[in-house]
Design a protein around this ligand. Structure first.
Ligand SMILES: [Zn+2]
Length: 345
């Protein structure tokens, strides 16, 4: 299946930044995309996965154990039997979680009879097994069974899927980038679940007429395989892939100055956000965005974007209004500190 080039997506800047920040630092915890149907959410996510650098995985492992990460029991057993594991490159895929999926289908299932009969652990992989090293995409996450969402979000944090059935336990790595979408008109997610998504973006249909026109032109060019369209944007996507790789290398050396840290904590507390995930996510996100820009400190734009991405779903009332006032308060606090603005030192 052909994928629309990520670089050719018109508008949706904040969504693109949120996805890229996660590509650079997966510990940010994924993106929840809120918006009506037909706003290009699914296209954007598939295009995003296609632009990610390939991953290095253990050859022959069904869970695609990632190089340098804790391995599954099957890989460990292969090593114990004297095999030297080799690695190969695989492209990152989008793994879909169907809405009606049962818990077994999500976490996988253990063959209890085999366990009793032969003492062996026969495990049939579920969606969380396939998701390892990939993008796990849940369209309309607000319609998913609450219990399944709980399990997913636990695994998203721990990176390990543990299945327990009648005293038999099986576990395997499950590190994925979680992207959920929801149409707020069809019901909200529980606040505890909202808070577990690192970032949240509201997408709306583009209103600017020239941009709308550009969107239509590009979609038609893509669908009609216009000469040069694919080549042009493939080059842009390739350049972006290189930037993601560079940003991953740069990330550990990106620093947040003390006065900025102070301002972030103060503004988040001032907005009445409970818990610390908001602050932590803002800092991680601003650093990742700085790395994407190739700068050693988050600048004002990185910070403002990090606020806009990290807070909407963590505020109690009309989140997007509040986020706007959060931005104003951040400006006020930063200027009160009287410190040099980040990124200009
Ligand atoms: Zn493995």
């Amino acid at each position: 299946m052909r994928t629309f080039p990520f670089s050719a997506i018109v508008g949706q800047e904040l969504l693109k930044k949120g996805l890229l920040a996660n590509a650079v630092d997966p510990s940010i915890g994924g993106v929840l995309i809120r918006g009506e149907k037909g706003t290009g959410k699914t296209t954007a996510v598939r295009a995003f996965a296609a632009v990610l650098p390939p991953k290095r995985v253990v050859s022959g492992c069904r869970f695609g154990c990632l190089e340098g990460m804790p391995r599954c029991g099957e890989c460990v057993a292969r090593e114990l039997s004297g095999e030297t594991l080799s690695h190969e490159s695989r492209s990152v895929e989008v793994v879909d979680l169907p809405l009606n999926a049962s818990e077994d289908r999500v976490v996988g299932s253990l063959d209890l009879e085999a366990a009793l009969r032969e003492g062996s652990k026969k495990f049939e992989m579920g969606v969380l097994g396939k998701a390892n090293g990939n993008v796990l995409y849940i369209d309309e996450v607000n319609l998913l069974d609450d219990h399944v969402v709980d399990v997913l979000l636990d695994v998203a944090v721990s990176g390990v899927n543990v299945v327990m059935r009648e005293g038999v336990t099986y576990s395997h790595p499950s590190r994925f980038l979680l992207v959920g979408t929801m149409n707020p008109e069809e019901g909200e997610l529980r606040p505890q679940l909202l808070d577990r998504f690192g970032l949240c973006v509201e997408v709306t249909g583009e209103k600017d007429l020239s941009l709308r026109r550009q969107i239509v032109e590009r979609v038609l060019a893509f669908e009609g395989s216009a000469p040069g369209f694919v080549e042009k944007w493939a080059q842009e996507d390739e350049a972006l892939r290189g930037r993601i790789e560079e940003a991953r290398e740069l990330l550990p050396s990106v620093a947040v100055p003390d006065h900025v840290l102070g301002a972030v904590v103060e503004v988040v507390a001032d907005l009445g956000v409970a818990g610390h995930r908001g602050d932590i996510t803002i800092l991680k996100c601003s650093k990742a965005l700085a790395a994407v820009k190739g700068i050693p400190l988050p600048d004002e734009e990185c910070l403002a974007d990090a606020f806009r991405l990290s807070l909407p779903h963590r505020l109690k009332e009309d989140p997007f209004e509040e986020a706007a006032s959060g931005r104003r308060r951040l400006d006020a606090v930063l200027s009160r500190f009287g410190a040099p603005k980040p990124g200009r030192t």
